[in-house]
Every structure is written in C-alpha cells, then in structure tokens.
Design a protein around this ligand. Sequence first.
Ligand code: ADP
Length: 200
Amino acid sequence: MLNVILFGAPGSGKGTQSELLVKQYGLQHLSTGDLLRAEIQSGSELGKEIDELISKGNLVPDHKMVHLIAHYIDALPKDCKGVIFDGYPRTVEQADALTLLLRRRGMDSVMLELMVDEDEVIKRLLERGKTSGRADDNFDTIKKRLRIYQEVTKPVSAYYLKHHNYFLINGNYTVDLTFEQIDNILRLRGAKKESSTQKP
Ligand code: ADP
C-alpha cells in the first residue's frame, strides 16, 4: 500500500493536491479536518466538543485523534491502494501512534511536506474564508492556527526526516507545478497510476 502523509501549514494546498492524488493514483483521502467537521454536522455530543475547539483554532486532543485514525485504518477495504493522510499527524505523539498503527499492519508511509511562505498561506486562507463558511478561516484564528502549527505541528517533519521516507515540496507555485513535484517522487518510488490517467 502507498500511504502518503501530506504535511504542511493550513492553506499549504494539502486538500487540493489530495484531490489530484485520488484521481491519478486511486488513493483514499483521509482529511481529519473533514472527518471532524462531519462529526460536528452530526450534532453529537462529541461534535459539540470538537466544534468548541476547532472554531477557536485549537487542536483536538491526541487520544481522540488516535482513536479516530485507528478506527479508520481498521475499516479500510481489502483492495485499498493506499491512503493520503491530510491533516494527520499534527503532533509528534500522533506521529508515533500512526507509525505503530501502520507497522502492526505491515505498512509504511512516505511524508511529502508542502512548504509555502506564511504571507502566501494567509492570503489563501482569507480568500478561502470568503466562501468556505468555516468558522476558523478569519484573520485572528488563522494567526493562532499558524502559531500552533509552528509550535506543535512543525516538529513532526523533523520526526519523519529522521525515521521515515521524507520529501520536501515547494508549494509556492501553481497547483500543477506543485503536483508535478509530487508526481515525480511517487513515480520514482514505483507508484502506479490509474490506467485512465496514464500518458500513452
Ligand atoms: P487546515 O489544515 O486548513 O487548518 P483542516 O481542515 O485540516 O484545516 O483542520 C481544521 C481543524 O481541525 C484544525 O485547525 C484542528 O482544530 C482540527 N484538526 C484537524 N486535524 C487534526 C489533528 N490531526 N489533530 C488535532 N486537531 C485536528
């Protein structure tokens, strides 16, 4: 299985690149942000707790996230070609837990870090906020999310650099130029494209 961890600041383009990876490589997309927002939509007690945290730009506690991910991995279909982890892991504890979860199932992962300048991500998130309807896409919450990203999440990339397969992608360019870098890395690692998207 080809498990890809797409890593990067809020607004670095993880969701956009994930969509292309789903189409071209037939991978399953796990966006923890989407998963959590779906829980909020369901109106459950857990959803209310999550809403309180997310709307203020805070992270959901590790034990809740690890539980969610373990459940997701166990429910993967037998013929799954691989998973794109978008928004997970966001702490070193979550990274440790994922390594263990995958290893126990005989799986590994590769991390692709999307590097984008802070000015550019703020611009993108403010633009997204005009239509996303997300409570956390406003200037003050964006600033807080970026601070938490630098303090708590960024160390995860050093963890992967040390322990796993790690690649850096320049995400300041267009969607296509960013995807080209990802595509080259995956092809060099022997990943197979969906036949409908293969060049003749
Ligand atoms: P973005 O990457 O643009 O901030 P996401 O949709 O990935 O947006 O996540 C939105 C919010 O969901 C985060 O700010 C955080 O509150 C919560 N969240 C998502 N993934 C995790 C995670 N792995 N651990 C803790 N909280 C998370």
